[in-house]
Design a protein around this ligand. Structure first.
Ligand SMILES: NC(=O)c1ccc[n+]([C@@H]2O[C@H](COP(=O)([O-])OP(=O)(O)OC[C@H]3O[C@@H](n4cnc5c(N)ncnc54)[C@H](OP(=O)(O)O)[C@@H]3O)[C@@H](O)[C@H]2O)c1
Length: 313
């Protein structure tokens, strides 16, 4: 598997990560209904077999269940695993001690002494300033509890502010984790991608398959499970709107002997400085998502994908 540096840190991770929000999450993904613990375990094993050793989680996913799964699975292998987790800046977390407690609790669930990447899940500086929060995380880097710091859902300006605060501690901001796919390209129009490239901050692309839409498996007759049932993008009208993108993905999939989802993930890798983190609920999905690396779309095909996805800029 190809690897890539996390920003300007010395850390290298696989060029595709696996998102684990669905591992234990009953609210959005309906964990426990059509998939459960054994499918999730198989997804982890298949990820390793596909060469993927980078996993994204968060303390809020499945109210800690996702981190617990990763902690248990990692103990079953001798292969080094890189885990990225996230701090939720909840309004009642008002002191640096609350941040330290959250890190300790995540490490306990993950059964680790240190984590590769620790991200702030969303920007919220009303109660605790960015300066206080980021300096507390910088202290955790120095204490060896986290190896690098990232942010998530930050605008270009917020990301640059975080970069500058950490710069005073000689710590590079490693990543900004944001929504990015052929059906959600706003990081390009909002200047986040450009600023990240300029600062040397890696983009972690979340929902890179547009929550399953870009695999082409959903039709007006086959609706997804869980909260997506109420998402207009999965309605008949929503699916008609994305048909030109899906048609091109299917054509390219035939040409490259890949799947539409693999084409969509490879398009993200081709943007450079981007690590897609597709979710996987079972072994088949993890294996397929792993097959999106180790090859590249041609520049002509990238141009066609760019053109057809312009309405989502
Ligand atoms: N920082 C944030 O605020 C934030 C927000 C959202 C997500 N994330 C992170 O990003 C990760 C990925 O995002 P996401 O889960 O929202 O969306 P996604 O990766 O675009 O879609 C994941 C879903 O697509 C389907 N799928 C995945 N691979 C497939 C394959 N090969 N073939 C067919 N179907 C496949 C599965 O659902 P079905 O089988 O049910 O269709 C899966 O749960 C999350 O797990 C999480 O780690 C972060």
């Amino acid at each position: 598997m190809e690897s890539i540096k996390l920003g300007k840190t010395d850390l290298e991770v696989t060029i595709i990560g696996i998102g684990t929000w669905a591992w234990g999450d009953k609210f959005f993904w309906n964990y426990g209904k059509q998939y459960g613990a054994s499918q999730v375990q198989e997804a982890f094993n298949a990820s390793l077999e596909a060469g993927i050793t980078f996993f994204d989680t968060a303390e809020v996913y499945g109210l800690g269940e996702s981190e617990k799964f990763l902690g248990n699975f990692s103990k079953q292998t001798t292969q080094p695993i890189d885990i990225a987790t996230k701090y939720a800046p909840l309004p009642w977390r008002i002191s640096p001690q609350a941040v330290t407690d959250a890190i300790n609790a995540s490490l306990k669930r993950l059964q680790l002494n240190t984590v590769t990447l620790y991200q702030i899940h969303w920007p919220f500086n009303f109660i605790m300033s960015q300066e206080t929060l980021l300096n507390t995380l910088a202290d955790a880097v120095q204490a060896g509890k986290i190896k690098s710091i990232g942010v998530s859902n930050y605008s270009a300006t917020q990301m640059e502010e975080a970069y500058n605060i950490l710069g005073k501690r000689d710590i590079p901001l490693a990543v900004n984790q944001v929504q990015y796919s052929l059906l959600y390209r706003q990081i390009e129009t909002k200047g986040i991608k450009q600023k990240a490239d300029e600062l040397g901050v890696t983009i972690l692309a979340y929902s890179p398959l547009a929550q399953g839409l870009l695999t082409g498996k959903y039709t007006p007759e086959t609706k997804p499970d869980g909260a997506r049932k109420f998402d207009s993008r999965f309605s008949g009208q929503g699916l008609t709107k994305i048909k030109p993108v899906l048609d091109l993905l299917f054509n390219l999939a035939a040409k490259y002997q890949k799947t539409p989802g693999q084409i969509a993930l490879n398009w993200l890798i081709c943007q450079g400085n981007v690590i897609p983190i597709p979710g996987a609920k079972n072994a088949q999905q993890a294996k397929e998502n792993g097959g999106a690396a180790m090859w590249r779309l041609s520049s002509e095909d990238l141009k066609e994908l760019e053109t057809v996805s312009r309405p989502w800029l």
